[in-house]
Design a binder for this molecule. Structure first.
Ligand code: AMP
Length: 392
């Protein structure tokens, strides 16, 4: 994929407005429980400073709905950033007049301004006065048409930061220009949240494995009795249509061929492996069975590229994490031994792959949730669009 990179920008003596994602999870005592997003932002900030540029950081945090609310202030990040970057970090915004004094300045939560989420032009114009170039480094916010994600590019030349660059390079390697055959693994709770995603993937992939609660809707559409399983019976026609399109497009669909059923949705609930036509009326399918995992391993063996979103079962409650765990482990092994390109993303997916101990061996794990899904749906992302084409 062609886009403007940080290396294309003249940074010396310039001030870069850098969109980062500091929407980090915090514990009750205020400490940051996972600093992945902060770590992801550091290389771009350092690169701009090393090239002789100044940095103004923009990020949202939570949903303050256009109002300055103390609990959503970004001030808590100052000591953390100062420790990582070894420089005094300025802070401005909120109700203060914006003033940039330090070499690195953190702007208060962008969502304190009602104009941010509306993509308001006047706000873009005002923020653009703070710098010379716009660096988009938050792929996770790039599906939003907000001022800090896209609108600033109307007034400043826009470049991808290094974290964005990694996302775009890996994601386009997996879906736009992949080594084939390409296998998709899509799991999760419901078909309804992933109709666009499944419809797009069956047009592009060679094989698509469908798992998790959403597979139950496909099984029900094929006439199986899924008992008390999570199932969207009203979407059976949609499921059949997706299967028809897959057939027309030569995309092989892999559905569970055996399942793990239980009468209770609870950790270590009594359970059994059974065939698709053996699920009792009081039972629910909570995981894929061992034969399904074997079939998936065969598909992983055939694939050169794997793209994964969503767990294959109720992975939060053991032992219904087994198929997700085993398939992820198998894929990780193929990455290490056979050069499989394996890319994954989406909130629950990252948690599931980490839980399986497989995340570190995947070729790339996207830090984005919604943006990753929209990219898999084939949608154009406003915060990425601004990085392509000529600078005006
Ligand atoms: P999603 O957010 O759509 O990716 O869905 C993730 C959720 O789907 C997780 O919380 C899983 O526990 C849940 N899930 C996956 N498979 C099943 C299943 N067979 N029955 C109920 N929930 C499931």
């Amino acid at each position: 994929m062609q886009f403007r990179r940080l290396e294309d920008a003249d940074l010396s003596g310039k001030t870069a407005l850098v969109r980062v994602d500091f929407n980090v999870p915090r514990c009750e005592d205020g400490t940051i429980s996972d600093d992945t997003r902060i770590q992801a932002a550091l290389p771009t900030i350092r690169a701009i400073r090393e090239a002789g540029g100044k940095v103004v950081l923009l990020s949202h945090f939570g949903r303050p709905n256009g109002e300055a609310k103390a609990e959503f202030s970004l001030k808590f990040l100052l000591p953390v950033l100062e420790q990582h970057l070894g420089e005094v970090i300025g802070f401005t915004g909120g109700d203060d007049p914006v003033s940039i004094k330090e070499n690195i300045t953190l702007l208060e939560n962008t969502r304190f301004h009602p104009g941010e989420t509306k993509g308001e032009d006047a706000l873009a114009k005002e923020w653009a006065k703070l710098g010379d170039i716009f660096v988009q480094d938050a792929f996770s916010a790039s599906h939003r048409n907000h001022v800090s994600s896209a609108g600033l590019a109307n007034y400043l030349p826009a470049y991808a930061g290094l974290a964005m660059e990694r996302e775009l390079d890996h994601l386009s390697q997996a879906l736009e220009n992949p080594a084939s055959p390409v296998l998709g693994v899509v799991g999760g709770a419901k078909v309804s949240t992933k109709i666009d995603l499944l419809s797009n993937l069956v047009e592009k992939l060679d094989m698509l494995a469908i798992g998790g609660g959403m597979a139950n809707t496909f099984l029900a559409a094929q006439g199986y009795d899924v008992g008390k399983s999570l199932c969207e019976h009203d979407l059976k026609d949609t499921a059949l249509k997706i299967m028809d399109t897959a057939h027309e497009q030569n995309c092989r669909i892999l559905l569970p061929i055996d399942v793990v059923a239980a009468t209770e949705f609870a950790a270590h609930a009594p359970h059994r492996v059974c065939g698709l036509d053996e699920v009792g009326e009081n039972e629910m399918i909570l995981d894929a069975g061992p034969e399904t995992v074997n079939g998936l391993a065969d598909a992983i063996d055939r694939a050169k590229t794997l793209i994964w979103n969503g767990p294959l079962g109720a992975f939060e409650i053991p032992p219904f994490d087994t198929s997700t765990f085993e398939a992820a482990q198998y894929a990780a092994k193929r990455v290490k031994r056979n050069g499989l390109i394996a890319v994954a993303g989406g909130g629950d997916t990252v948690a599931a792959l980490k839980h399986a101990g497989a995340a570190q061996d995947f070729t790339f794990i996207s830090t984005a949730g919604g943006a990753f899904l929209e990219w898999m749906e084939g949608k154009s992302l406003p915060g990425v669009e601004i990085l392509t084409g000529e600078v005006s």
